[in-house]
Design a protein. Structure first.
Lengths: 497, 100
């Protein structure tokens, strides 16, 4: 009786005895991984799905030379993250394949973000503006219904189950009638297409009215706005004729939150030379106004930022100081019980700690241009990204893919201009990137590299994009490895992202 | 402008390993490689304005980078096949490609 019960238990057991997992031969095989130094005697190893571990140089040598003992604590960590496998084990291959598919799942969905530039007119004259703006009364810089209809027809050619339409400008609210037209027409079309349709308006809020907000509420449109810091900094960065940019922002924010809901509006900031000594003031301003986080981002080398040489007013090292100081301050705020995130770090941490890709266009490989985001300009031109149309405003039409009036969807999406940029910038076959430990967290960014180096790929040792991201990745890893409390906070950010 | 010749043993390091290491220092110096019997000769020439001290420090870093690149090469050689296997398993039935 006892024997048959024991036998039944043994058959039902879901688990193997501990001896089953002993590696008696002591041999193991390497699975593909890259490594890089993150501090004096600390290396990070990463595999092709983004799992990472930090180890010292002796351990790295031991791993590669097959001298690591199965009894070493590191051994089980390496197995659990698929850096090594024991002979004939199949599950590490299956797990790596599954995680890889998950990470690249967005590719099959194709373009999600569709940017509609409904006007180039603007009521602001920001010196760093990345889009050349025109005065408010030039209707020739407005999108027409014909352009909008043709653009919408192309939007719904994307196979993506989720379609986001973002209205940009200039100041898109100066052509609010066109926003209304696009939203209502898109919803009619979607009755047939049945996608998960979402709308965003990117606005300074200076022209927001109750009538506009009622429409936004009715159609679930969310607002993305700009806040550069305290009143004096915001007004200096974003000049208006009456020097009232900040006050209009505050009034608009209150109205928007009252009608749409508190969390239906998010804000972005741009770092100018005036911002650099004031990162704490900027973060305090975001806190004061009830935002739950901030996106610390540098100026992009496009549009008026180049024309006014604002882009050259600080270098990557200075921006990294600004970022690190801001990140330290935000971490301290959280230690003091104030919940607040830094969104760029959160995006990177999401890539480091999960198999998901948050879909941030700058950190995608293949590059996100065209295949993750696409721009329909007011004049019917179609660009590979928002930065691409900014370049075109400077006279460089490298990423102009076609025009909705004269080209088909196939001609635009399969244009050599897009495919060459995607192909030539692909990081897994790029010198230095292909063996970089941070490749899986980084992006191809052909538009940036073309703008600065006149080359989709560029020499990465000379790329400020590479330097900025490498430093950021190493900084985040070192913070986590030095302090478990900070690591817990970062895990929280990654999960929320 | 500073110049230096560094010799590597061909039986230990591949030219590809040295080239990859040199590429990482492309903004500091240029390298010309030549092969003699069992030796890879690397002529290093600084670019731009560098002090001799800074140049020597970069050459020192370059030699350390060669060791890292050598290790990377060992990993690559051992894992190339399995990497291809993982990629083929990952994307074998995604529907991304049409079968004619």
């Amino acid at each position: 009786m006892w024997h048959s019960q024991a036998l039944a238990c043994k058959k039902l057991s879901k688990f193997q005895p501990i001896q089953f997992y002993n590696n008696e031969s002591g041999t193991y095989e390497l699975l593909p991984f890259n490594f890089d130094k993150v501090s004096d005697d600390r290396y990070v190893i990463t595999n092709l799905v983004g799992e990472y571990l930090t180890i010292d140089s002796k351990s790295l040598q031991d791993i590669v030379n097959h001298e690591l003992s199965p009894t070493n604590n590191l051994y089980s960590k390496l197995r659990s993250k698929q850096f090594i496998r024991e002979p004939d084990e199949a599950y590490p291959i299956e797990l790596l394949a599954l995680k890889l598919r998950t990470r690249f799942a967005r590719l099959a969905n194709f373009t999600n973000l569709h940017i509609f530039v409904v006007t180039l007119r603007c009521d602001h004259s920001c010196p760093y503006c990345q889009v050349s703006r025109q005065s408010e009364d030039k209707a020739s810089f407005d999108m027409t219904t014909e352009m909008a209809d043709k653009s919408l027809a192309m939007v719904f050619r994307s196979p993506s189950p989720a379609i986001k339409i973002e209205f940009q400008g200039g100041e898109p609210l100066l052509n609010f009638e066109m926003i209304k037209y696009v939203v209502t027409t898109a919803k009619k079309l979607n009755a047939v297409h049945q996608r998960n349709l979402a709308f965003v308006i990117a606005t300074t809020l200076s022209l927001i009215t109750e009538e506009i907000l009622v429409f936004c509420k009715e159609h679930n449109i969310v607002i993305s706005t700009s806040l550069d810091g305290p009143e004096d900094l915001h007004n200096a960065n974003r000049p208006r004729p009456n020097k009232d940019s900040y006050q209009r922002f505050i009034d608009g924010l209150q109205k928007t939150r009252a009608i749409l809901g508190y969390n239906q509006v998010s804000a972005l900031m741009t770092t100018t030379d005036k911002s650099l000594p004031r990162v704490k003031d900027i973060i305090d301003e975001y806190l004061k106004l009830g935002f739950k986080g901030i996106f610390l981002r540098p100026l992009s080398p496009y549009g008026f930022a180049i024309k006014t040489r604002k882009f050259m007013s600080y270098n990557t090292e200075r921006w990294l100081e600004f970022y690190k100081e801001g990140l330290d301050y935000i971490i301290q705020l959280n230690k003091n019980g104030i919940e607040f995130s830094e969104y760029y770090s959160a995006l990177v941490l999401k890539k480091m700690m999960t198999s998901s890709d948050p879909g941030y266009v700058d950190l995608m490989n293949p590059a996100g241009i065209g295949i993750a985001a696409i721009v329909f300009n007011y004049d019917g031109n179609v660009y590979a990204s928002d930065e691409s149309r900014m370049l075109a405003e400077m006279g460089d039409s490298t990423f102009l893919l076609g025009n909705v009036l004269t080209n088909t969807y196939e001609e635009i999406i399969l244009s050599d201009k897009l495919l060459d940029a995607l192909d030539e910038s692909f990081t897994l076959s790029a010198p230095m990137c292909s063996e970089c430990a941070f490749e899986i967290y980084c992006g191809a960014e052909p538009v940036y590299h073309h703008a600065i180096h006149k080359d989709f790929l560029a020499r990465k040792p000379e790329s400020e994009f590479c330097k900025r991201n490498m430093t950021t990745f190493k900084h985040l890893i070192n913070i986590m490895e030095d302090d478990s409390e900070r690591k817990s906070l970062f895990i929280d950010w990654a999960n929320k992202c | 402008m500073h110049n230096l010749v560094v010799i590597f043993d061909e039986r230990i390091y591949s030219v590809l390993t040295l080239q990859k290491a040199a590429y990482r220092f492309i903004s500091y110096f240029a390298c010309n490689f030549s092969l003699t019997e069992n030796q890879i000769q690397c002529e290093i020439e600084s670019t731009g304005n560098m002090t001799l001290e800074a140049f020597n420090a970069k050459v020192h870093d370059f030699k350390k980078e060669v060791l890292d690149q050598h290790l990377r090469e060992k990993i690559r050689v051992e894992t190339d096949d399995i990497r291809n296997l993982i990629l083929s398993v990952a994307f074998s039935s995604t529907g991304l490609q049409k079968v004619e």
